[in-house]
Design a protein around this ligand. Structure first.
Ligand SMILES: *[C@@H]1O[C@H](CO)[C@@H](O)[C@H](O)[C@H]1NC(C)=O
Ligand SMILES: *[C@@H]1O[C@H](CO)[C@@H](O)[C@H](O)[C@H]1NC(C)=O
Length: 287
């Protein structure tokens, strides 16, 4: 009996856990860029990108090593922005203050179970040294935006954060809590070193109102960066993976004011996007 328990104990620590998937945005190695334009895309084919652009105009398949959770024949995808990346939700509402392109999982409607219970969002990011970001600006590379669009409950930021990270090296990834909280909590930060995959697992407990961040680089298993912190994650909403570049020197409505340099060509590589159900503490730290 004793040895049987030991046997099961050993199995539990050496085999990766399997948690139920909520959404899976891992891109099959055979996928073509045009698959992102179609209604069968893993992501919303029409949001969130510049007016009159298709995803196949915006995305690239870079030649990089597979990210941690792309171990089974799925591949990285790069999101790019340029001067045409002006999201125009209606004919009279062009977001000229922003340059943006963000992939949103197809099943994520704003009120679906991806924002209830206890969930862990996984993704990896890498710089493209040929399409650098500009540290003078604030970027959002991942965020959960509430279904009424009044806040972002969890955000991965980069660069010079407006009203924010004075003193911190702007060439860093900043994982912050609800942007309407005062002060906004920086839950974790790491230098955004080039040629390295930066892997995140973000456990959001929508029942308790907490957020816990797991992180690693390249092929290393995720590790907790600290205990779950209190964070207002109410309001459900949608997950965005990509680039939202904010202006410098904007006014009260930065969606339409401030400065954006012309002639930009910027990109960020993404891999291993998925969400799992972490009920009971289930989390995949490695594939
Ligand atoms: C960075 O952005 C600022 C403000 O938009 C711009 O003046 C500057 O030329 C940019 N730098 C680079 C290296 O592109
Ligand atoms: C890849 O496949 C193996 C074997 O089926 C499985 O054990 C592992 O969990 C898979 N990894 C991912 C990331 O799905």
């Amino acid at each position: 009996m004793f040895s049987l328990l030991c046997f099961f104990g050993l199995v539990a620590v050496t085999v990766a856990q399997k948690c139920p998937l909520q959404f899976d945005g891992r891109v099959p190695s055979s996928a073509a860029l045009t698959s992102f334009d179609s209604s069968s895309s893993l992501f919303n084919p029409t949001y969130n990108l510049g007016a009159n652009l298709k995803w196949s105009d915006v995305l690239l398949f870079p030649s990089v090593d597979a990210s941690l959770f792309d171990a089974n024949g799925t591949k990285a995808v790069e999101v790019t922005i340029n001067d045409k990346s002006i999201f125009t939700p209606s004919a009279t509402d062009a977001q000229t203050g922003f340059r943006r392109a963000e992939l949103m999982p197809a099943s994520n409607t704003g009120t679906d179970p991806s924002t209830t219970g206890i969930k862990t969002v996984h993704f990896s990011v890498m710089k493209d040294s040929t399409r650098p970001l500009n540290t003078s600006h604030e970027y959002q590379l991942f965020f959960l935006e509430s279904s009424d669009y009044s806040t972002n409950q969890v955000v991965l930021k980069y660069g010079t954060i407006i009203g924010g990270n004075s003193g911190a090296n702007p060439d860093s990834l900043f994982l912050v809590g609800n942007v309407n909280s005062n002060p906004v909590k920086t839950i974790y930060s790491a230098r955004f070193t080039p040629s390295v995959w930066h892997n995140f697992g973000i456990t959001i407990d929508f029942n308790k109102g907490t957020t816990q961040v797991y992180y690693s680089t390249n092929g290393d298993a995720l590790k907790s960066t600290g205990a779950a912190v209190t964070n207002n994650v109410a309001g459900q909403g949608e997950y965005h993976f990509g680039i939202l570049k904010k202006p410098t020197g904007g006014g009260s409505d930065i969606t339409k004011s401030g400065f954006q340099e012309k002639g930009i060509n910027e990109g960020v590589v993404f891999g291993g996007i998925f969400e799992e159900d972490s009920t009971g503490g289930c989390i995949s730290l490695k594939p």
